[in-house]
Design a protein around this ligand. Structure first.
Ligand code: FO1
Length: 308
């Protein structure tokens, strides 16, 4: 049994690789919900959906989010009405948000709705929202107000400098059902190549999660989302720098070292292996760029052996 800590696109590719090399039913993914948002009255859980669609083989491979073969008729009509169109919701994807919102309004928990949606897509990896309670990542801009994560990421194209990040509501959250059990009971905990600041840190903000990880340090292996000083996707490199960490595998190692035993870095960063180890974390070097399913599976095999 393994448990993976997961954000969006990088995590989805890692999970797809893991599901190739071990029974999907033996994998639990604890997924970030700090990116969740409400638009048009609909509850949207981007990271849960990205992971679910990827594992179902239905993801839009070009964007890494949303469904393949989408149409955009609702967005076109919204544009004509002067509605909110900066966050692109495809027609088929909208059904997911309608269903989720309806079930939440009926009193179902996010964990229950997630299990229903995953089952409808034939996804056997157990997807657990880190919490069923409201958790919202908020970004304080250097030259501007505090904004929601999606306003920063999509509306502002993550092109603005960030002074600090907080996880609104975290103190009042409880871990989702079976989250702590998955962390304490799995053989290995894999930290997917997600953004440390805005994808993995929200998980740690949920009371009980960090303590569970600290107790498992030797069994935790992470994959760096930074390769050759740059994030493969998104603003991880800039966010690390803005928060005072090197935008490199060494910065990632420093961010994770208190609770992570092993960090897997890309071949392009092999010269930094000793610098990572100097932070007090074991370091393995391999190809971490998952441009094909085969490469995701290769990385998954390496990661699973890294703690043994
Ligand atoms: N990302 C974008 O860059 N632009 C979008 O318009 C957009 C829409 C969207 C809709 C549904 C969904 O599940 C994800 C979507 N994303 C979009 C991705 C999302 O904002 C980010 O990938 C994650 O929140 C970061 O992990």
């Amino acid at each position: 049994m393994i448990t993976a800590l997961a954000g969006g696109v990088g995590a989805a590719r890692m999970l797809r690789g893991l599901a190739e090399v071990m029974p999907p039913g033996d994998i639990t993914a604890v997924v970030n919900t700090g990116d969740d948002t409400v638009l048009h009255g609909l509850h949207i859980s981007p990271d849960l959906d990205t992971v679910m669609y990827t594992l179902a083989g239905a993801i839009n491979a070009e964007t890494g989010w949303g469904l393949a073969g989408e149409s955009w008729r609702v967005m076109e009509s919204l544009e004509r009405l002067g509605g909110i169109t900066w966050f692109n919701l495809g027609d088929k994807d909208l059904a997911t948000h309608c269903y989720r919102t309806q079930r939440l309004n009926e009193g179902a928990t996010l964990s229950e709705v997630t299990a229903e949606l995953a089952s409808s897509w034939g996804v056997d990896v157990r997807l657990l929202p880190v919490t069923d309670d409201p958790l919202r990542t908020r970004m304080q801009l250097v030259d501007g107000p505090e904004v929601s994560f999606q306003e920063y990421f999509v509306h502002l194209h993550h092109e603005v400098a960030v002074a600090s990040v907080r996880f609104e509501g975290s103190a009042s959250t409880q871990p989702g059902p079976r989250v702590l059990e998955a962390l304490s009971g799995s053989d290995v905990i894999v930290v997917c190549p997600s953004n440390p600041v805005v994808s993995i840190d929200p998980l740690l903000a949920v009371p009980g999660v960090l303590d569970s990880l600290l107790a498992r340090r030797d069994d935790i292996v992470g994959v760096s989302p930074i390769v050759a000083g740059a994030a493969l996707k998104g603003p991880a490199d800039r966010l690390l720098a803005e928060l005072g960490f090197e935008p490199s595998v060494v910065g990632v190692a420093k961010w994770y070292a208190p609770w992570m035993g092993t960090l897997v870095i890309d071949q392009a960063d092999s010269a930094l292996q000793h610098a990572v180890e100097a932070v007090g974390i074991r370091c393995m070097v391999t190809n971490t760029v998952m441009s094909t399913l085969e490469l995701s599976a290769d990385l998954a095999r390496t990661v699973l052996h890294a703690t043994r």
